[in-house]
Design a protein around this ligand. Structure first.
Ligand SMILES: Cc1cc2nc3c(=O)[nH]c(=O)nc-3n(C[C@H](O)[C@H](O)[C@H](O)COP(=O)(O)OP(=O)(O)OC[C@H]3O[C@@H](n4cnc5c(N)ncnc54)[C@H](O)[C@@H]3O)c2cc1C
Length: 558
């Protein structure tokens, strides 16, 4: 396998072309049309990321006259057991309605009732912040806006390294997966928008890509940031959602808000339209009254039709085939729920790059937005709002910071170093363990040792195994093609996330967030000692990791 080399430069480089990255590019070009903006996207911009095609709701919208920012913040704090910095979440809430309006003006369809009101759904025990959206072409609409804005999009280009000089980001290195080309990209500012660690725990089916979140997100963003000295937080928040068993596809919000019920093994109703909070449902699952089922037999034909329309179009068209093949009907059969694989995510959970309300990280010129960043439970709204915020901050930064003086040799050295590293990986043709087997093993270790119920013995054992697996990787993992090269790089990202998660979980000597971080050796929540963030940062190398504590910010900069 031969790799060619190329160089380029841009004012703003955006890593990841999901909703956050696309929105960031569109906003940057709107604010500063002469600024050059480039997106490096590992997949294809038209279909990549968590959304893939469309979405059925914006989960956080403060609709004037219906809900308020303070009401949202109070509920969010309760859901996060108070571990929330107020300022970024306030920005999210305050800008949420404007985001809806912007998307609507671009042609994204938000259905309204006959009085002209948006379709509001209650997905928490209190407050109505979820606005129905019926847009199977959301990604195509964003791609069209990107074309119109003249953003450069490099599809199938996977970023493998961020370049930092002193305390400022100066560029990144991307691998063109189709061409086998390593690209050194100098940039005045970078926005990290490459999603969650969706491929982290192993799904119950054992299918590596049968994940709830976009499987192309292997924690790349967390790992790239971590390796460059960026602070990462909340890695002990190992989230598992109750979703369709064996399929890990969401339907809970869609069906509960339309009248379905969740019953336990005794047939008792544990969730319905008035008690739709997924976090409360997770608590029910923890009680051990499973298996749990969704019941829809009591719903009218019209409601079943409405549910099918959303599930089989906007959410995931393949669901129709799945149920047909299983010969199951929503108006007759119970649908079993099961916890998904564990993931680390700033969109559904609270793990990710530490940012403040300006989307700034601790590295100058580096901003982060969406699922890669820790703005708790920001969902799709957060990806759009912080895409905007990051673009505004990046444009301001390049206007004010000027050009960084970089010693001539520095970039060359960095590029040579990364090129050597990647070529080193391509030389592993004679190794004998296939990537699939290796990844299966790594993610099985995550399941067995790093998830709740956690305790010091199992976490230490898991951490030891993860370190061993990283050491053994160059000796055993076989790499014969560009495709396998990408998988090998992704494995490193998964290992980094596992290491960070184990360290964070070991550090948090209490239980918090129900089954998300349950320590059998510290079964109680201990606000006196642990109502604080656990941040992780790399020192010299992977054996030198710093853990620091940060108090919860009521207001102001994080
Ligand atoms: C199944 C599902 C249903 C959801 N439903 C809802 C809902 O109804 N309402 C709601 O508000 N939210 C919902 N969410 C959450 C919402 O979709 C996400 O929070 C949001 O889309 C995240 O956007 P993002 O741009 O941060 O990440 P993503 O959309 O995941 O984009 C990340 C991008 O980065 C790319 N990438 C990754 N690594 C690299 C790399 N090394 N180099 C270059 N590119 C890279 C990926 O290919 C991807 O395109 C749902 C999420 C899922 C998974």
């Amino acid at each position: 396998m031969k790799l060619s080399l190329a160089t380029m430069n841009t004012d703003i480089l955006i890593i990841g072309g999901g909703c956050a990255g696309s929105m960031a590019a569109i906003r940057a070009k709107e604010l500063a049309p002469d600024t050059s903006v480039c997106i490096m996207e590992k997949g294809h911009i038209k279909r990549s990321g968590s959304v893939t095609m469309g979405m059925d709701a914006l989960n956080v919208v403060i609709v004037p006259g219906v809900s308020s920012v303070s009401q949202y913040l109070n509920i969010l704090k309760r859901k996060c057991c108070d571990l929330v910095d107020e300022a970024p979440s306030r920005v999210l809430a305050e800008r949420s309605f404007q985001i809806l309006k912007t998307l609507e003006s671009w042609g994204v369809f938000f259905p309204k009732d006959d009085k002209g009101n948006y379709l509001l759904m209650q997905v928490d025990d209190e407050g109505r912040f979820c606005v129905g959206m019926d847009e199977p072409d959301l990604k195509l609409i964003l791609a069209k806006k990107l074309r119109e804005s003249k953003t450069t999009v490099l599809n199938r280009t996977m970023v493998t390294k961020l370049l930092v000089y002193e305390d400022r980001v100066i560029g990144a290195i991307g691998l063109d997966i189709n061409e086998g080309k390593l690209i050194l990209c100098e940039a005045k500012s970078i926005i990290l928008a490459n999603g969650s660690a969706g491929r982290f725990g192993l799904p119950n089916t054992g299918y590596l890509y049968g994940t709830f979140d976009f499987p192309g997100n292997a924690g790349d963003g967390f790992s790239l940031a971590f390796r460059s000295g960026v602070k990462i937080t909340g890695m002990e928040y190992t989230l598992r959602y109750p979703l369709i068993k064996d399929l890990s596809i969401p339907l809970l919000n869609i069906v509960l808000t339309r009248g379905a019920k969740v019953i336990n093994n005794r047939g008792e109703v544990v969730a319905d339209q008035s008690r739709a909070s997924v976090h409360r449902l997770i608590e029910e699952v923890d009680k051990g009254d499973g298996p749990f089922f969704i019941q829809m037999s009591h719903l009218s034909k019209a409601k079943i039709c409405e549910i099918e329309n959303v599930l089989f179009s906007t959410e995931r068209p393949m669901q129709r085939r799945y149920w047909e093949l299983k010969k199951m009907k929503f108006n007759r059969d119970l649908i079993e729920l099961h916890p998904t694989e564990a993931q680390l995510c700033g969109g559904h959970g609270l793990s990710g790059v530490v940012i403040n309300e300006f989307a700034e990280t601790n590295i100058r010129g580096l901003f982060a937005a969406g699922d890669v960043s820790s703005v708790p439970m920001q969902h799709l709204t957060g990806a759009f709002v912080f895409g905007n915020v990051a673009a505004e901050s990046a444009v301001k930064f390049i206007e004010s910071a000027g050009n960084q003086k970089i010693p001539e040799k520095y970039l060359e050295e960095q590029f040579n170093f990364e090129t050597k590293r990647i070529i080193g990986i391509t030389n592993r043709v004679d190794n004998f363990i296939d990537n699939t087997q290796y990844e299966y093993k790594v993610r099985r270790v995550i399941n067995e040792y790093l998830l709740s119920p956690k305790n010091a013995v199992s976490l230490n054992k898991g951490l030891g195994l993860i370190l061993e697996l990283r050491e053994q990787l160059p000796l055993y993992l076989r790499v014969r093609s560009l495709h396998e090269l990408c998988k090998a790089l992704e494995l490193e990202y998964i290992l980094d996330c596992a290491q960070m998660s184990a360290i964070a979980s070991l550090t948090r000597q209490e239980s918090r967030w129900g089954s998300i971080h349950k320590r059998s050796d510290f079964p109680n929540t201990d606000n006196e000692n642990w109502l604080k963030h656990i941040d992780i940062q790399i020192g010299e190398d992977h054996s030198d990791i710093k853990v620091t504590f940060r108090s919860v910010q009521k207001e102001g900069r994080a």
